[in-house]
Design a protein around this ligand. Structure first.
Ligand code: ZN
Length: 680
């Protein structure tokens, strides 16, 4: 498998030169040199320029820009240019236009207008990918293939007749017989039994709740179908240019695509990350995606393929990144294992849908732009950080996450609407406030490399996943499981006999009944040490059956009954939370569980981001401060990672960062961080 290697950290942007006259191109390449740009993603939206009419190709302008970039020392991540089919394609082949859940066929004039099952779009996009690969496969600037763009960003499901036919094929392959499909979908209820394959449809708009097992299979099918389209391009690239690595840009926690599966197709994982600068904690929003991306390919280094230098254009209100935030988030990506920092886009458009999306070269000239200065300075700073490419982020702690469970949980008619990402985000934030590196782990992955595995809300657990979790705890692992987990199997069928059906022996506890709270409603739980803390959103009627009770409910019909339990099972321990505590109580519980699992933690002030990565002669300690108040951090035996000078105490102002070297046996238990003393 070819390996992406620029010989340095990558730095650059999407480059869309077709928006500009030739004289601007030379200026661009000169400015790229000034900013330390060594990689651009080229041609992502160039289909209409490269093939202005069906079968007529015009590569001259791209030849010119490829050569110009190469002469300027800029390498190219070349797109297959298939992301946005030109109007002629969509109009000549109307069935290539996707159809919504309500049966509306979408129109020309935006982007990503294609049905993943359409044979014409597929044939024409694969032909274009082949043309591009044959023409530029040996170009000296080419380093990486950028296949399509942000698959599933706008169109992650198409409900057209072609997709319906493929859905039936997919279901036949999965179930073999209608008897098995009827069983898996539970069609005995509501008179939904199918007597002929032709009766089976996508879950289009219906009078009431669609069948949830059908809805789950539809999401699986949709992810697989778009992946199949991706594979068709990848196969051509691997055939024509077997030595050039292939990637496509993921979108983090995108609902539509099972990236654990997708990532296995890539030579390097790449991701676009756009945290809201006006959000409560952009560094947690981004950090979660960085950690997910690293986890998708087992800890391999990855690429930050797109971020904004400042504001985006697609939120209701688009805040800029205040001075220093872009650099701090970029350093955070590097700390979490990124091999490069790229932006959308190099030069800000003056027309079109993204003209208010920030860029490196903005609407004001570079010499007047703080955004340019920050981007240029970061590019120069990266040249001193190439040694980070040898670092590896290892985590003792994992958060279990899986698209199939997310899809099942997203189906209608649940005990309560329970959006998954805020729950995962709360657990992630609590773990990160303890400083520990966090992986995201697929439920059926090998868990043996972790000391502690947390399940904030793993609604669906296959028998294989449950068996893996049981073996993990039996072998000495620590499990911390949140409510409404392990409820259904892979068909979205409840495992009866009390919840969670397959793990009651591991938990030493079982749930009789759910009692979701109303929006804004709170309850209290009393911990063994007498503390009383609030809980929200969800409670359960929980029975201990061998487990120790760590907290009980204070009121309502469950007063005095267990709320949180811990159970010794095999060599390990299993914690169960039947409710959602606030951040402080959740952090306390996780800290205790991690200490029990021999995982060292630190208590970090608000906003201090800590990452440890392994290097051959010790560890790197990345300290980046996103909080509002200065902090002081004491680290015994630390030295400055670049100068080698001893540096055992660091004060960080908001958005400052420092990189220390610590010995291989350093643990977070030795780190002391607190708000900096205010000068008198
Ligand atoms: Zn379709």
């Amino acid at each position: 498998m070819p390996h992406f290697d620029l010989g340095a950290l990558a730095y650059g942007a999407d480059y869309n030169p077709e928006q500009w006259p030739r004289e601007v191109w030379r200026d661009d390449v000169r400015l790229m040199g000034e900013a330390g740009v060594n990689l651009v993603s080229l041609g992502i939206f160039s289909w209409a320029q490269l093939e202005p009419r069906e079968g007529q190709f015009e590569f001259g302008w791209l030849d010119e820009i490829m050569d110009l970039l190469h002469e300027g020392g800029v390498r190219v991540n070349l797109a297959t240019a298939t992301a946005s089919p030109p109007p002629w394609l969509s109009l000549a082949y109307p069935d290539s236009r996707p159809v919504t859940v309500d049966g509306v066929r979408l129109e020309v004039g935006a982007r990503q207008l294609y049905c993943p099952s359409d044979p014409h779009y597929r044939a024409l996009s694969v032909r274009l990918a082949r043309k591009v690969a044959e023409r530029y496969g040996t170009h000296p600037a080419l380093r990486l293939w950028h296949v399509n763009n942000e698959y599933g960003c706008h169109i992650d499901q198409c409900y057209c007749a072609q997709c319906a036919a493929r859905f039936r094929e997919w279901l036949r392959a999965r179930y073999g017989t209608l008897i098995e499909l009827n069983r898996a979908w539970g069609t005995a209820f509501w008179s939904q039994r199918y007597g002929d394959w032709a009766e089976v449809q996508p879950p289009r708009r219906a009078p009431s709740f669609p069948n949830p097992s059908q809805g789950l299979d539809w999401r699986r099918f949709s992810s697989d179908t778009i992946l199949d389209l991706h594979r068709a391009e990848v196969e051509v690239l691997r055939e024509v240019t077997p030595d050039i690595p292939v990637t496509t840009n993921f979108l983090g926690f995108l609902p539509g695509l099972d990236y654990f599966r997708w990532a296995q197709e890539e030579d390097v994982a790449a991701v676009d990350v756009y945290p809201d600068p006006a959000g409560a904690a952009p560094h947690l929003e981004a950090g979660m995606v960085f950690d997910l991306t690293r986890s998708l390919r087992g800890g391999q280094r990855w690429l930050l393929m797109e971020q904004a230098t400042s504001a985006v254009n697609w939120r209701e209100r688009n805040a800029p990144k205040r001075p220093g935030l872009m650099r701090a988030l970029s350093l955070q990506a590097l700390a979490r294992g990124a091999d490069g920092i790229q932006f959308f886009q190099w030069r800000q458009s003056v027309a079109g849908a993204e003209k208010y999306h920030s860029a490196l070269v903005g609407h004001v000239p570079p010499e007047r732009s703080r955004v340019w200065r920050e981007a240029r300075d970061l590019g120069q700073e990266l040249r001193g950080l190439d040694f980070l490419r040898g670092a590896r982020v290892k985590a003792d702690v994992a958060v279990m996450f899986d698209w199939h469970s997310w899809w099942a949980l997203s189906q209608a008619s649940q005990p309560a609407a329970t959006p998954l990402l805020p729950v995962v985000g709360a657990w992630y934030a609590a773990l990160r406030s303890l400083g520990v590196n966090v992986d995201f782990v697929h439920p059926e992955a090998d868990l043996s490399g972790y000391r502690a595995v947390t399940l904030p809300q793993q609604y669906l657990l296959t028998p294989d996943a449950a068996q893996g979790i049981r073996a993990f705890v039996q072998g000495g692992g620590t499990l911390v499981m949140g409510p409404y987990s392990g409820v259904v199997d892979g068909d979205d069928h409840v495992v009866p006999g009390g919840y969670p059906g397959l793990l009651q022996d591991v938990l030493g506890a079982w749930v009789e009944e759910w009692a979701p709270l109303q929006t804004g409603e709170a309850r209290e739980v009393r911990w063994a040490d007498g503390r009383v803390t609030p809980v929200t959103e969800w409670t359960e009627v929980l029975h201990a059956d061998g487990a120790e009770v760590l907290a009980t409910y204070e009121a309502d019909f469950i007063a005095g009954q267990p709320a949180v339990t811990r159970h010794a099972f095999g060599q390990g321990h299993a914690y169960y939370l039947s409710t959602r505590p606030g951040a402080a109580a959740l952090t306390d519980l996780l800290r205790g569980a991690l200490h029990g699992a021999d995982v060292a933690t630190a208590d970090l002030p608000d906003g201090l981001d800590v990452t440890l990565s392994d290097v051959p002669d010790g560890q790197l300690l990345h300290l980046i401060h996103f909080g509002p108040q200065a902090v002081t951090v004491q680290v015994p035996q630390a030295s400055d990672a670049r100068s080698g000078q001893p540096r055992t105490q660091v004060t960080l102002q908001p958005l400052e960062a420092t990189l220390l070297r610590v010995p291989a046996d350093f643990t977070l238990g030795q780190l002391v961080a607190r708000p900096a003393a205010v000068p008198t």
